[in-house]
Every structure is written in structure tokens, then in C-alpha cells.
Design a protein. Structure first.
Length: 256
């Protein structure tokens, strides 16, 4: 199931409709919800998920009497997640709401085993909340080999594994070992999340998309938001709407 929103003013109404369709409105009352935006950098949208999209989401959850709203990210820059929340203006924007801010890189993790003697680390908190909502921002750039790449719903999971488990050294800003084979890693992290603690909802921020290098690209106005309960479906829809080719990880996942 997928919904395409052409105006951010529609987001709250569409979210309410989704909550009812998925019966999340009943499940969410007095429960814990984790929001996973793309907040890897101390920079505004579209380098990170827009504050307006996050605010609308938090407003809906508050109206549904959510017990606890947590925003969690594991930074992919030299600044930590809490510094990124502050730098983007998120904490100031949500000061009137009861929100807990979490640095996923600093939390206890668990090793999730996949077939073929492959395993990855994910924060235990994923399995300690009742509802998980991903809020990626849509980015188009080149992968480590210079080929077209989409960062959206599936790639947003790269901010979940604790950075310390994947760095070559403590000074690195990246999860270095995941870049040995980027597309393979993207698939494995996605599969690990699906096995350990699947997300309930994806709100993909395309109000502005980023074109170019992840930390240095150019914003491009698009004005759409994609809501889905399926990460793969969300990514394929974004590519379809933009008439873009499938990057390698999506070719492998869809066998195309």
C-alpha cells in the first residue's frame, strides 16, 4: 500500500488515515514509538529529513496519545546524533512536545544472524518499542564505484548499526567496513532489520530531494512525500516517479 502526497499540508490527514487502515491508531495509544529520520549530518533538509515533516509526524503521534516518542539516529559524520538534532533546529522545533532524543551509536546492540554465516549489529531498542517509523529523505547520488544510487527507505537503515562495530578507526566518520561492498551491505542491513524488528511505516521526505554527493549535493524542489508500509515498495515508487534506473541493490532484491 502506498500514498503519494503532493502537499505537506496533507501529511497529517494522510497519516491519520494510514494509522486507521493499519490499525496503528489502536496499537499506538500509551505505547512507545521510535522515529528513525535521516539525521546523519548537522545540516538542514534535504541533507537531513525536513523539520516540518518530523513536526507533523510528532503532532499526529501526540494527538493519538502515544506514551513515549523517541527520535533515534546514528550519525554518519564527525558530529554525533544529538549535535545533529541541535544543529538542524529539530530540538528547538519540538520543544513543546514530550520527545526523547537518542544516539543509536551509543546504545547496547545485538548481533542478528542471517543465512550464509552473515551477521550484523542492531540496537536492542528496536525490539523494545511498540511501533517503528522510518522517515528517510530522498537522495540521488553515485555509489562507491561511480554508479547511480538511491538513498531512501532501505538505505535509511544504515544509520541503525552502531558505528563503533564497523569503523576502521575511532576517528572515522563512516561505518567503513560496510563500504567494502556497499550494495551487499545495504541488502544485509535491510534483511537484518526485517528479521529482528521490522518497521511499521515509512514516510519518505521528497519535499526537497538531494542530487549529488550525500554531504555536498544540491537541493532540488520536488514537493512530494511517499507513505508506505514497505521499504522496497517505497524505493521502487520513487524511482518510477523520477524515471530513474534501479541501483544494484534493488536489482538484486527484485532480481531484475
Amino acid at each position: 500500500m502506498i500514498t503519494i502526497i503532493d502537499n505537506i499540508k496533507e501529511l497529517k490527514n494522510q497519516m491519520h488515515e494510514w494509522m486507521v487502515k493499519k490499525k496503528l491508531d489502536e496499537q499506538i495509544q500509551n505505547k512507545k514509538v521510535l522515529l528513525k529520520p535521516n539525521m546523519g549530518y548537522p545540516k538542514p533538509a534535504p541533507f537531513t529529513t525536513s523539520i516540518e515533516v518530523l513536526r507533523n509526524t510528532v503532532e499526529v503521534l501526540s494527538e493519538l496519545n502515544t506514551q513515549q516518542i523517541m527520535i533515534g539516529e546514528g550519525s554518519t559524520s564527525h558530529s554525533n546524533a544529538l549535535e545533529n538534532y541541535e544543529a538542524t533546529g529539530l530540538i528547538e522545533e519540538l520543544k513543546d512536545f514530550n520527545v526523547e532524543y537518542i544516539d543509536l551509536n551509543k546504545l547496547e546492540s545485538i548481533e542478528v544472524e542471517l543465512p550464509g554465516k552473515v551477521s550484523h549489529f542492531l540496537p536492542k531498542i528496536l525490539n523494545q518499542v511498540d511501533i517503528r517509523i522510518s522517515l528517510p529523505v530522498i537522495k540521488f547520488y553515485e555509489d562507491d564505484e561511480g554508479k547511480f544510487f538511491l538513498s531512501n527507505a532501505i538505505k535509511n537503515f544504515f544509520g541503525l548499526p552502531p558505528k563503533g562495530k564497523y569503523q576502521l578507526n575511532s576517528e572515522s566518520a563512516k561505518r567503513d567496513s560496510l563500504h567494502d561492498d556497499l550494495h551487499k551491505s545495504v541488502i544485509e542491513i535491510y534483511q537484518s532489520v526485517e528479521k529482528y524488528a521490522p518497521f511499521n511505516l515509512y514516510i519518505c521526505d521528497g519535499t526537497k530531494v538531494l542530487v549529488g554527493e550525500a554531504a555536498k549535493g544540491q537541493p532540488k524542489q520536488w514537493g512530494k512525500i511517499i507513505i508506505s508500509d514497505n521499504a522496497l515498495e517505497a524505493d521502487l515508487k520513487v524511482l518510477e516517479l523520477h524515471n530513474k534506473p534501479l541501483p544494484k541493490y534493488l536489482q538484486l532484491l527484485t532480481q531484475k
